[in-house]
Design a binder for this molecule. Structure first.
Ligand code: AMP
Ligand code: FE
Ligand code: FE
Ligand code: ZN
Length: 293
C-alpha cells in the first residue's frame, strides 16, 4: 500500500500548490510520509514541516537537481538532505540564478520568433519559485501565444523545439556529490523517461547513486517489474513518487505513485548508516570548482 509519496513539487519551483496545501492534501489522502523535492530549491521544506507537524505527517527534506551526460539529461533526487545547511543553500541559490538567466534566454528566443511575451510575464507566474519551463508554458497560455500548457512544449519550449535552452550543466556524479555533501542520499529520478536502456541506467547509477525511482506515473506498468528486479539485483534503494506539480500541470495526482512504509524505513536506515560515517568538513568545496561564481 502506498503510504509515502517521495517526489513532489511546490510553488518553490514549478509546482502550483504551496507546501502547506500539498501537506493538507497529502494528509486528506491518508499519506504518512511525503518528500518535498523542488527543482534546485529547498525553501518549501520549512513550511511543509510546519504544517505536517500539526497534521501528523512526516516530511522528508528533498531536492531535484538536473544533470547532463552526452546522451541527454538525468534528474537526480536528493532525499534526507540537510535543508538548513548554509553551504547547500548557497549552491542552490547559484542554480536558481542560473535558472532565471536561462528563462531570460528562452524569452529572448520566443521574442525573436515573434511571440509577444516578456520576462515579467514569466516572473508573474513563477513568483519566488525557481524559474522553470512550466512557468514559461503557463505564461505563453496567458499571453495567448498557445492554446494549452502542452502546446507550449510542443511548439516552443520542449526539447529540440525552437525556443529550448539547456540549463546550467552539471554531471550526475556532481549532482550526487552535492547531495552527499549536504548529508542526503542520491536517487536517479524517473529513469525510464530519461534513459534509453538498462546499460545507460547502470552507467548513471555507478556515478554515485544510492537508489532509483522505480515507481513514477510515467513509467509503463510492464516495465516497472523489470526495473524493480534490476534494483534488487544491484542492491539499489527503491523509491517512488508522483512527481506532483499541482492539479493544472500535466502529471497525475498526489499520492498516485509511491512506496509503502517498509520501503521508507529501508531508505531511512540506509541514510542513518551513511550519516554515521559522514564527516561534514569545511573542505566541501574541493572538487566542486565546476560551479563558477
Ligand atoms: P525545466 O527544469 O525548467 O527544464 O522544466 C522541466 C519541467 O517541465 C519538468 O519537471 C516537467 O514539470 C515539465 N515538462 C517537461 N517537458 C514537458 C512536456 N512535454 N509537457 C509538459 N510538461 C513538461
Ligand atoms: Fe518540474
Ligand atoms: Fe524530474
Ligand atoms: Zn520532479
Amino acid at each position: 500500500m502506498v503510504t509515502a509519496d517521495l517526489h513532489i513539487h511546490t510553488t518553490f519551483s514549478d509546482g502550483s500548490d504551496t507546501p502547506q496545501v500539498v501537506v493538507e492534501k497529502a494528509s486528506a489522502l491518508g499519506l504518512r510520509t511525503i518528500a518535498i523535492t523542488d527543482h534546485d530549491a529547498i525553501g518549501g521544506v520549512e513550511e511543509a514541516k510546519r504544517t505536517a507537524l500539526k497534521l501528523g505527517l512526516e516530511v522528508i527534506p528533498g531536492v531535484e537537481l538536473s544533470s547532463y551526460v552526452e546522451e541527454g539529461s538525468f534528474h537526480i533526487l536528493g532525499l534526507f538532505i540537510d535543508w538548513q545547511d548554509s553551504w547547500l543553500n548557497d549552491k542552490l541559490e547559484f542554480f536558481k540564478q542560473q535558472r532565471e538567466l536561462r528563462g531570460k534566454k528562452i524569452v529572448e528566443k520566443l521574442q525573436q520568433l515573434g511571440v509577444k511575451i516578456s520576462m515579467g510575464d514569466v516572473l508573474s507566474v513563477s513568483g519566488n519559485g525557481s524559474v522553470g519551463r512550466p512557468h514559461i508554458a503557463e505564461a505563453l497560455v496567458k499571453v495567448g501565444a498557445v492554446a494549452s500548457f502542452e502546446q507550449a512544449f510542443e511548439i516552443y519550449i520542449g526539447k529540440n523545439r525552437p525556443a529550448y535552452v539547456q540549463k546550467y550543466k552539471i554531471s550526475p556524479a556532481q549532482a550526487g556529490e552535492i547531495i552527499h555533501k549536504a548529508g542526503g542520499i542520491a536517487i536517479l529520478a524517473h529513469p525510464l523517461i530519461s534513459a534509453g536502456n538498462e546499460e545507460q541506467i547502470s552507467q548513471i547509477m555507478e556515478m554515485g547513486m544510492d537508489g532509483i525511482e522505480v515507481y513514477h506515473p510515467k513509467h509503463e506498468e510492464e516495465k516497472i517489474e523489470n526495473l524493480k528486479r534490476m534494483a534488487e539485483r544491484n542492491g539499489w534503494l527503491i523509491t517512488g513518487g508522483s512527481d506532483y506539480h499541482g492539479e493544472g500541470r500535466t502529471l497525475p495526482s498526489l499520492g498516485e505513485c509511491g512506496v509503502d512504509n517498509a520501503r521508507v524505513e529501508k531508505i531511512r536506515n540506509f541514510w542513518n548508516n551513511l550519516r554515521k560515517n559522514a564527516i561534514k568538513t569545511d573542505k566541501r568545496e574541493e572538487g566542486l570548482d565546476f560551479l563558477e561564481k
